[in-house]
Design a protein around this ligand. Structure first.
Ligand SMILES: NC(=O)c1ccc[n+]([C@@H]2O[C@H](COP(=O)([O-])OP(=O)(O)OC[C@H]3O[C@@H](n4cnc5c(N)ncnc54)[C@H](O)[C@@H]3O)[C@@H](O)[C@H]2O)c1
Length: 254
């Protein structure tokens, strides 16, 4: 088998926001579990670093610079993955933005931006990918949610709204795509010690707040989140669809 053929024989997983904290861990875990990885992100250092680590680990990969606010760019990028890397089996809708703004001060422009990245892009990527998966009758779409949607969260009204929509969309797509053997699930992270935490003024107080609420009295790692995403991507979970799996150290249990 030529190198090119061996690359194309690996099942392909797309991870959006691959340059971010949880996206990078997910891309690397899926690569370790045998997927070729299409690493979507914005041009620049962090995406390049993820691609560097994938390559170093011997994972077939494709770096895809794509502004997720642009539906046409999402569609074209996904089709490029099929042409250059092979048949897409897994889509992980992971990228998100989370500007911390008091509700009374959120502009319509900011709200639209959050919806474009955190919700519309999930919808468009799922639709384009499902159109490719449906004739093949296989595929797994994993949407990354957030603990914040269940209990509400101050200063993040637009973000929280999109994360609630993610759970709802996951259920609707699971019902509609199930007959085509395409599974759709949501992984809902709790509070991971990532860059996202920098929005909190006092890291120590926030750290204690998290530990007080979790059942497990330690912080989760990005790799522990990625392991659950990979479970939903692989053959181990072929009878699981429409679910939201909370990965939060036992903070919420619904
Ligand atoms: N970190 C946490 O504790 C936590 C908690 C709950 C939910 N989550 C969810 O997990 C996912 C990953 O979070 P993270 O902490 O790794 O975030 P992060 O900020 O580290 O990564 C997000 C990535 O999305 C990319 N992105 C943003 N806007 C984009 C655009 N317009 N086009 C292309 N890419 C864009 C960014 O470049 C970044 O690489 C998100 O969906 C987030 O809501 C994270």
């Amino acid at each position: 088998m030529s190198d090119r053929e061996s690359v194309r024989s690996a099942p392909v997983a797309i991870v959006t926001g691959s340059g971010g904290s949880l996206g990078r861990a997910t891309a690397l875990r899926l690569g370790a579990d045998g997927f070729a990885v299409a690493a979507f992100g914005r041009t620049g250092g962090t995406l390049g670093e993820t691609v560097r680590q994938l390559t170093e680990a011997g994972v077939p990969n494709l770096e895809v610079s794509c502004d997720l606010r642009d539906p046409k760019a999402i569609d074209a990028s996904i089709r490029r993955v099929e042409e250059e890397l092979g048949e897409i089996e897994v889509l992980v809708n992971n990228a998100a933005i989370y500007p911390p703004t008091p509700f009374l001060e959120i502009s319509v422009e900011e709200y639209d931006d959050v919806v474009a990245v955190n919700q519309r892009a999930y919808f468009v990527a799922a639709q384009t990918t499902a159109r490719l998966m449906t004739p093949r009758r296989r595929g797994s779409i994993i949407n990354i949610g957030s603990i914040t949607w269940g209990g509400g969260w101050p200063l993040l009204a637009s973000y929280v709204s999109t994360k609630g929509a993610t759970v709802a969309m996951t259920r609707a797509l699971a019902r509609e795509l199930g007959p085509d053997n395409i599974r759709v699930n949501c992984v809902s992270p709790g509070a991971f010690p990532t860059d996202a935490e920098k929005i909190h003024e006092n890291p120590e107080i926030y750290n204690q707040f998290v530990l007080d609420h979790q059942s497990l009295k330690r912080r989760g790692t990005n790799e522990e989140l990625a392991a659950v995403v990979s479970f939903l991507a692989r053959e181990d979970s072929t009878f699981v669809t429409g679910q939201t799996i909370n990965v939060n150290g036992g903070w919420t249990m619904d």
